[in-house]
Design a protein. Structure first.
Length: 409
């Protein structure tokens, strides 16, 4: 599939041309562009350049990749993870308890994947509906009894929401809002279907503050055109006709790695806010700090590659765990590939037998570790480290070693 790229020249939200480029990765792949063996080398590769707007401080890319067709064939889901399942159930309960959701309230999820999160709301009595562009994930959602439109959430598709659900009580996006190239247009669509006085908008994205603090360069990707801190999230929501109600819905230890989870509401809705009015962090609005961050990223990539080459030089076999963005982008950005690592494990059976984009590692079931031995496994999905350690207990009991990517950054 040939993908087109549209270049921008102004901030996606405020329109300013004062954009400072602080990070660039040549030939970056799409995160989930897994390849069959016969199509290795045909994947999409394009420079990934990241900017900060010096007017509103929103961190963003200045190019859009047309991924509409790409997402129709999307397979990845985290719903097989017990930790992710606990989070999803906890999120539904927390919203019911804190904001008085009740049986019969309508919930729409944008980017609803295989429907597991909506199922959690349905189990509590909500009436649910999802938007999911992936054919296979939408089919899985329908099979579990969760209605879904196989479509993107756009001004021309909102009419797919059943009329008896309107106006909506809750619109939810988990790790989808930062995929939106035009967040203000999206927020306008949400306002059209959300109850103006009772409605809630719940958004989970990667937290820019944690990206900078942990040097998590691997979370920058073509699929993520915008990167939010609490402050810039608040500003974007305000421009879109919403107010930030809470950034403390769930304790951090119950959330997924690098999770910024916020609750917003239309401006006229009657919800008190628990957000400190002074949310801005000075270093997140300082272009010089991003220059220093870019230098730290370069050193981190060098350390990761040096670790891999040193271990291989000592005769130790290496593999990876986690075919999500952290794994795919770390491998691609560091130049580590199938000559340095044997394979990449992931519990998602739908991608087994495929190869990672650019690095070309074979994707396998974690049990493969017991059949094709390696001495060490780099866990890219470090947010699930405890769960992965339990899953690979037989591997570690035999002498295998697990190493969190976070230790190597």
């Amino acid at each position: 599939m040939k993908l087109t790229v549209n270049q921008l020249s102004a901030c996606r939200v405020c329109g300013s041309h004062r954009l400072y480029r602080f990070l660039e990765f040549p030939d970056a792949p799409l995160v989930d562009d897994y390849r069959t063996e016969g199509k290795l080398g045909t994947e999409f590769l394009y420079p990934l350049r990241v900017y900060i707007c010096e007017h509103c401080y929103l961190v963003q890319t200045q190019h859009d990749v047309d991924v509409s067709g790409y997402y129709r064939d999307y397979h990845y889901s985290v719903a097989s993870s017990p930790f992710a399942q606990r989070f999803m159930r906890g999120l539904a309960r927390a919203l019911f308890e804190r904001y008085g959701l009740k049986s019969g309230d309508s919930v729409v999820e944008v980017g609803s994947s295989d429907g597991f999160q909506l199922q959690c709301f349905k189990d509590l009595g909500a009436r649910v509906f999802g938007f999911e562009p992936s054919a296979s994930l939408a089919a899985t959602s329908l099979a579990r009894g969760v209605p879904v439109a196989q479509a993107l959430f756009l001004s021309e598709t909102v009419q797919l929401i059943p009329a008896d659900l309107l106006p909506l009580k809750l619109v939810l996006l988990t790790y989808t809002f930062d995929h939106l190239s035009d967040p203000l247009s999206f927020l306008k669509c949400v306002r059209e279907v959300l109850d103006p006085t009772r409605g809630l908008l719940v958004i989970e994205v990667h937290d820019l503050a944690k990206i900078v603090e942990r040097r998590e360069y691997c979370l920058f990707a073509h699929e993520h055109p915008v990167y939010y801190s609490v402050d810039t999230m608040c500003k974007v929501l305000r421009r879109g006709g919403f107010k930030l109600v809470s950034a403390n819905l769930m304790p951090e230890q119950l959330r997924r790695a690098n999770s910024l989870l916020v609750v917003a509401a239309p401006e006229k809705a009657h919800y008190p806010s628990d957000v400190d009015a002074n949310t801005e962090l000075d270093y997140l609005s300082n272009p010089t700090a991003y220059k220093e961050f870019a230098e730290q990223v370069e050193r981190s990539l060098g350390r990761f590659r040096e670790f891999v080459l040193t271990e291989r030089g000592c005769g130790r076999g290496l593999a990876g765990y986690g075919a999500g963005g952290r794994g795919i982008m770390t491998l691609a950005m560091s130049g580590v590939g199938n000559e340095e690592m044997a394979y990449l494990c992931d519990v998602n059976s739908s991608i087994h037998g495929y190869y990672t984009p650019k690095s070309h590692l074979l994707l396998v079931d974690p049990q493969h570790l017991l059949e094709d031995w390696v001495d060490e496994v780099v866990v890219f999905s470090f947010g699930y480290m405890q769960e992965i350690s339990m899953e690979l207990s037989e591997y570690t009991a035999r002498g295998g070693k697990l190493i969190s990517l976070l230790e190597l950054l």
